[in-house]
Design a protein around this ligand. Structure first.
Ligand SMILES: NC(=O)c1ccc[n+]([C@@H]2O[C@H](COP(=O)([O-])OP(=O)(O)OC[C@H]3O[C@@H](n4cnc5c(N)ncnc54)[C@H](O)[C@@H]3O)[C@@H](O)[C@H]2O)c1
Length: 253
């Protein structure tokens, strides 16, 4: 067990990549505090965690709301007394409303930014004080290839929020390196998760996205788990400020 004794907050844990990572963290011995706006999905992930002998709790949380995030951290400290890992994973992508800049509504821009970037910032802001007090921690932010290149020109809000995630990762990595708080980003490729349901339901589109991946297949939630465990564990003790792709080679071409 590579995370024994660690307490990990996983946001967006009710579905997709977050759910897989929350369950895997628990299987690796971590106490998992799962946070999400989806309470039904939260109950399901906790059932999975408990069924596999893991420990933890679900805290209904909207990561864009500072009051919710403060309550999430307070509850984690009250119950478990520390936070070793913050897995900043919650995000939204409005396939139907995101657009090129002049066609993008301010509402969609604000909604995307408030969850994807403000949410990651707020969770870090509140999780860092206990990490400072206990002498270290690991923060893992979820980026995207769309934040690295102009590969999704119709997703201005989402892509910009993910570019912001890389900035936040670097700033916090530099700011807290001497405090033994490591901050890294995972960059998944095109993953078969609920976030992409609207896109991948079309067989022709699915085939196009699959064909674009050098490894010839879309990513699965299970593909991300090993990297997440590595960055959460002490095995990555000298890694900070890194952007780690897990994309079947997508960003190499
Ligand atoms: N799926 C992909 O192809 C892909 C590619 C690159 C990066 N990513 C990133 O990986 C992460 C996980 O993506 P996914 O595909 O599993 O997404 P998903 O949509 O399948 O799951 C996201 C989870 O976040 C939760 N969530 C949404 N808004 C929230 C809020 N305000 N507060 C708390 N929770 C909230 C949802 O309820 C859901 O459980 C995201 O950061 C995403 O941007 C995904």
């Amino acid at each position: 067990m590579r995370l024994r004794g660690k307490v990990a907050i996983v946001t967006g844990a009710a579905a997709g990549l977050g759910r897989a990572v929350a369950v895997r963290f628990a299987c690796e011995g971590a106490i998992v505090v799962a946070a999400d706006i989806n309470t039904a999905g939260g109950a399901t992930v906790m059932k999975q965690i408990h069924a596999s002998g893991g420990e933890g709790l679900f805290v209904p949380t909207d990561v864009s709301q500072e009051r919710d995030v403060a309550a999430l951290v307070e509850e984690t400290i009250r119950r478990y007394d520390r936070i070793d890992v913050l897995y900043n994973n919650a995000a939204v992508l409005f396939h139907d409303r995101d657009a090129r800049a002049h066609q993008l509504s301010l509402e969609t821009w604000e909604q995307t930014m408030s969850v994807n970037l403000r949410g990651a910032f707020l969770c870090a802001k509140h999780a860092i004080p206990p990490m400072l007090q206990q002498g270290g921690g690991s923060i893992i932010n979820l980026g995207s290839p769309t934040g690295m290149t102009g590969c999704a020109p119709n997703l201005t809000a989402y892509s910009t929020s993910k570019a912001g995630i890389f900035g936040l990762t670097r700033m916090m990595a530099a700011g807290y390196a001497r405090d033994q708080i490591r901050v890294n980003a995972i960059v998944p490729g095109t993953m078969d998760t609920p976030m992409n349901d609207g896109l991948l339901i079309d067989e022709a589109a699915r085939e196009q996205y699959r064909e674009a991946v050098p490894m010839g297949r879309l990513g699965l939630p299970s593909d991300i788990e090993g990297l997440a465990v590595f960055l959460a564990s002490d095995e990555s003790a000298y890694c900070t400020g890194g952007l780690y792709t897990c994309d079947g080679g997508l960003t190499t071409v």
